[in-house]
Design a protein around this ligand. Structure first.
Ligand SMILES: NC(=O)c1ccc[n+]([C@@H]2O[C@H](COP(=O)([O-])OP(=O)(O)OC[C@H]3O[C@@H](n4cnc5c(N)ncnc54)[C@H](OP(=O)(O)O)[C@@H]3O)[C@@H](O)[C@H]2O)c1
Length: 345
């Protein structure tokens, strides 16, 4: 433990972009978390971020920040391509880490972080905040309790055109990817509800530089269960989720990955169509507080992983995302050869 005050942990936020700003605001609302340092590649940006949010320390050099004995926890809010490098460096410097989703760009990279965490004995977790939200947890618990009978399928999409595809945020250099950025949420929901699929079908749109813009996926299970999932950063794909069973269904409204309520419809027809039971929860900050509080508590309790989102789950999710990426590429090749065959006929 470093010299932070008893009962509190000093957090350092790496990156001053979109998500770091939201996380810093929610860190200020998190019991036991101290907004201590910010790390940017640019001192002016670091100073502005720190001044605006009351962080006492601003660094423009990651390694100087990691050498600061008063930093307890490093939050990594940088582009995908940089996650593993920064997380491993922080763990090797003896810091605890919370790494934005996706924890890494592929399964192998995620395993490198897990290995570094095991060597260091420090806490490490991916920032899969959805899993900590009370509405998400209650919806899943209700589905698994038998309230909608046997669960048979999941439908979930994350299609929101955030930035124009030509935006510098969508670059191969950053490992930008709709699969890694957006599809990770519907995929996580499907894995949470149905488990690892027996077969994965996927198709999508990939730019010539390899950045995927949109994809849709079907997970098949040997017993007939299935998941239909979609993600896009160029068009809308209704950002809701549904878990369906033999006796009803649960809908998590838009945006499902940060929802604070869910609806259940169940019973025989026509009751199931007519009656809606809505369960609503309060919202803390922008929605990151439950995760930040859980991480802070876990570290103070001496845990090296959080049971709600252990590293093995991040590795398993990335393995499925790797499979989806492969299927998208295979499907694109098949479609091209079918198209060419049609032209030749
Ligand atoms: N949990 C959520 O709700 C949520 C929402 C959006 C994004 N995310 C995730 O958060 C991460 C960052 O996304 P973002 O939307 O915040 O991106 P962003 O706005 O571009 O911010 C990323 C920041 O990282 C820093 N950085 C360090 N190395 C960099 C490099 N090589 N190139 C560019 N920037 C670099 C930059 O800060 P400095 O210039 O100060 O160094 C930059 O502002 C991604 O993993 C993304 O998937 C999560």
């Amino acid at each position: 433990m470093t010299s932070s005050s008893a009962g509190a942990l000093n957090w350092a936020v790496v990156g001053t972009g979109f998500i770091s700003q939201l996380i810093a605001n929610d860190l200020a609302l998190t019991p036991g978390a101290v907004c201590y340092a910010v790390v940017s590649r640019d001192q002016t940006k670091a100073n502005a971020f720190a001044d605006e949010r009351g962080f006492p320390v601003a660094y423009s050099n990651l390694h100087r920040a990691l050498a600061d004995p008063d930093v307890d926890v490093v939050y990594v809010g940088t582009p995908h391509a940089t996650h593993a490098r920064i997380a491993v460096a922080a763990l090797e410097a003896g810091k605890h880490v919370l790494v934005e989703k996706p924890i890494a760009v592929d399964e192998g990279d995620a395993r490198r972080i897990a290995d570094a965490a095991a060597r260091s004995g420090r806490f490490a977790m991916e920032g899969m905040w959805m899993r900590f939200l009370p509405a998400y947890r209650a919806a899943l618990e209700e589905a698994s309790s038998g309230a909608i009978g046997d669960v048979r399928s999941v439908r979930a999409s994350f299609g929101l055109p955030f930035d124009a595809p030509e935006s510098p945020r969508w670059s191969a250099e950053r490992a930008s990817s709709t699969l890694l950025d957006q599809a990770i949420y519907p995929v996580t929901l499907a894995l949470d509800v149905l488990g690892a699929p027996d077969r994965v079908w996927a198709s999508g749109r990939i730019r010539s530089d390899g950045v995927d813009l949109a994809e849709h996926m079907t997970f098949d299970y040997a017993d007939g269960r299935f998941a239909q999932l979609a993600a896009s950063m160029v068009d809308y794909a209704e950002p809701t989720a549904t878990i369906s069973g033999t006796e009803g269904w649960i809908t998590i409204p838009a945006p499902f990955w940060s929802a604070f309520e869910y609806q259940k419809r169940s019973g025989p027809i026509p009751d199931a169509l007519a009656r809606v039971d809505t369960t609503t929860f309060s919202r803390d900050g922008f929605g990151y507080v439950p995760m930040l509080a859980a991480v802070t508590e876990a570290i103070m309790a001496g845990l090296t992983e959080h049971p709600t989102h252990p590293l093995a789950d991040s590795v398993a999710t990335l393995s499925v995302l790797d499979t989806i990426r492969l299927r998208i590429i295979e499907t694109a090749h098949e479609q091209r050869s079918t198209h060419e065959a049609h032209i030749l006929q």
